[in-house]
Write a protein that binds this ligand. Structure first.
Ligand code: TXA
Ligand code: MG
Length: 602
């Protein structure tokens, strides 16, 4: 089904705006699609009795039509209108776990549209415990059919921002209810047979279900253990996948996992920052355990780097692992690693809470591979590993799924109010500052704007502004740019050099910049010779690439340095070629420049 933008923008509704939530409910009853928060993940809701509205949801998600939607309710009294029979087994689970992160599959009633259940005679019923979901569903009054609010195949959204990222313009509105508490979708339990069958593991675990049932045997669906065709139709598709390749890094056997008693977490997500000081205070045994958990990440990263010096690696790991990396202080490894830290390394509820947003965050950093912490064990680990192995495509051979969607162009989103903003600046230097360095300045500025906004390293609440400027070692002040270069830059970027006036590089300018990049090696050499005290921040393109382990080889395998000759006096084709070459190099170096400055894209 072709995806079609229906609105200029999707309206973002504040969870405190009762009037707007009521209006959204009214729009839903009139056939619109509304994104709403739940304690598991965000949902894309519509009236379950309205086939046209359900079609809109399938269209907005790009979801295959054979995958049914769950019906959400705000009050248990609605269940009888949705299903034809509530068996004693279903009733027990309803009493024990609703409202909460569970979906109970029962025989459907006629009132539910066949589009909702994809033609099945059963329906999944879920009553979220999230207060905003609850209020919204009560205002809706009708059963609300809702899948997770991601584009089909992508990680489910656990924040309103990610819903907007996937759905802007495709749905009417989304209600912002903050971070989802669990971060993984509900446990889906089929209660149409003698024994309950878990079709999708979630925060209500097998042990939780067993604990409320007498003389019943909770079964894990064969599909989850690698067997037959999945009974939950959605389980056969490639899922939760970021654009990067995901690899699971196993937790060493015997590691004590915490937080796996999922429904007991009360949403208390520990986000400890484990520091180098903490590392020093550990006993030998504790330190050894940490190194054991960290070393597979390090070994695999080095292996990846040895195969491809350009590889960019994302780590989804605990705070202690990052500290081990910091302590290791391997410059090359660090330059190629982007972290997304979920909290305490062994805490699977933190890891679950942050997983989908973490995969999305690392995608935005444009890493090629994501190494994600695995968890062995029962309880919540089962649900976490189910999602992670689907994201890693590990079971691809078993379940032929959809191809990963192509990476779409990024739409910059408005910056949320940051507590603080830090800044950094990059200076491009060549000789005369009328051509090469001004070209770099303009192209770099465009790249910076295209990838906005930024945050400061590990601190999601601190904004980051990156600036760039240019200067020349032998430049005269106040000259306009070379008209040929102006034309070439305009041709490749749509922006000219008319705002750049040449100026001579001097210590005051060096002082204002955190990174100084020269086009040619001898220019960097000249600066560090004259001002040895700033040598740590001065690089040529070549030495900056080399310091990040980016080894360039020519066709005969010889290591080459980046050399961009000055096109002055040559024809326009040469200028154009030069501008294109600079752009290509800046694109290669851009992620490393961000990393050097301490900025991350969000
Ligand atoms: O936590 C959740 O369940 C979230 C929030 C929004 O409530 N919803 C969600 O929906 O994850 P969705 O559509 O992304 O996943 C529902 C899963 C799919 O794998 C689907 O195939 C399965 O539940 N399912 C739905 N109805 C079913 C039925 N009648 N029989 C078997 N499986 C069903
Ligand atoms: Mg889903």
């Amino acid at each position: 089904m072709e995806r079609e933008k229906r609105y200029k923008n999707t309206i973002l509704i504040d969870s405190g705006d009762d009037k707007a939530i009521k209006e959204a409910a009214e729009h839903l009853r009139n056939g619109e699609v509304i994104g709403f928060p739940t304690e598991t993940v965000y949902g894309l809701g519509c009236d379950a009795g309205n086939g046209d509205a359900v079609r809109k949801v399938f269209e907005a998600k790009g979801r295959p039509a054979d995958n049914p939607l769950i019906c959400h309710i705000g009050d248990k009294s609605q269940i009888k209108d949705i299903v034809s029979e509530i068996t004693p087994l279903a009733q027990t689970l309803i009493d024990a776990f609703m409202p909460g992160p569970i979906t109970i599959v029962m025989k459907k009633a006629d009132s539910i549209s066949a589009q909702t259940t994809a033609g099945l005679d059963t329906v999944g019923v879920r009553m979220p415990s999230h207060p905003v979901a609850n209020k919204f569903l009560k205002y809706c009054g009708v059963p609300v059919a809702a899948p997770s609010a991601n584009l089909s195949g992508r990680p489910s959204p656990t924040g309103a921002r990610s819903v907007i990222e996937d759905m802007d313009g495709y749905i009417y509105a989304v209600i912002d209810g903050g971070d989802s508490e669990y971060g993984l979708e509900s446990t889906v339990v089929d209660c149409t047979g003698k024994d309950p069958v878990i079709l999708r593991p979630g925060a209500v675990t097998k042990a939780d279900i067993d604990s409320v049932l007498k003389n019943k045997n909770t079964v894990m669906s064969d599909a989850l253990t690698g067997g037959e065709t999945p009974k939950a139709p959605g389980m056969k598709y490639r899922h939760y996948a970021p654009y990067a390749q995901v690899e699971i890094i196993d937790m060493p056997e015997g590691t004590k996992i915490t937080g796996d008693d999922a429904i007991g977490t009360d949403g208390k997500i520990e986000n400890s920052r484990f520091t180098l000081e903490d590392l020093k205070k550990l006993s030998d045994d504790e330190a050894k355990e940490l190194v054991n958990i960290a070393s597979p990440f390090i070994l695999r990263s080095r292996e990846l780097l040895s195969k491809n010096p350009f590889v960019r690696i994302g780590l989804y790991c605990g705070t202690e692992i990052k500290t081990v990396y910091d302590k290791l202080n391997d410059k090359l490894l660090s330059a190629h690693t982007e972290f997304c830290v979920y909290g305490k390394t062994t805490d699977v509820s933190c890891a679950s809470h942050g997983l989908f947003e973490g995969l999305r965050f690392l995608d935005v950093q444009e890493v090629d591979v994501i190494l994600a912490q695995g968890f062995n064990g029962e309880g919540l680990s089962v649900a976490y590993m189910n999602r992670l192995s689907k994201a890693s495509g590990k079971k691809e051979e078993l379940t032929p799924g959809m191809p990963a969607p192509a990476r779409p162009a990024r739409t910059p989103l408005p910056i949320d109010a940051f507590k603080d903003t830090v800044t950094a600046s990059v200076l491009f230097v060549d000789d005369n500052n009328t051509s090469l360095s001004s070209c770099c300045e303009v192209l770099m500025r465009q790249m910076i704007e295209k990838n906005e906004p930024y945050i400061s390293g590990d601190y999601a609440d601190t904004g980051f502004e990156l600036y760039c400027e240019s200067a020349g070692l032998t430049a005269m002040d106040g000259l306009g740019a070379d008209p040929q270069m102006d034309k070439a830059v305009k041709e490749i970027s749509g922006r000219g050099l008319n705002n750049v006036e040449s100026r001579r590089a001097d210590p005051a300018i060096y002082d204002c910049n955190d990174l100084i990049l020269t086009v040619r090696d001898e220019q960097a050499f000249a600066i560090t010779k004259a001002f040895p005290e700033i040598k740590d921040k001065v690089f040529s393109f070549s030495t900056f690439a080399a310091s990040n382990g980016l080894v360039m080889k020519d066709s005969s395998g010889r290591v080459m340095s980046i050399s961009v000759p000055d096109p002055t006096g040559e024809n326009y084709e040469t200028y154009l070629h030069t501008a294109k070459a600079l752009k290509a190099w800046l694109e290669v170096l851009f992620p490393y420049i961000l990393k050097y400055a301490g900025a991350s894209r969000i």
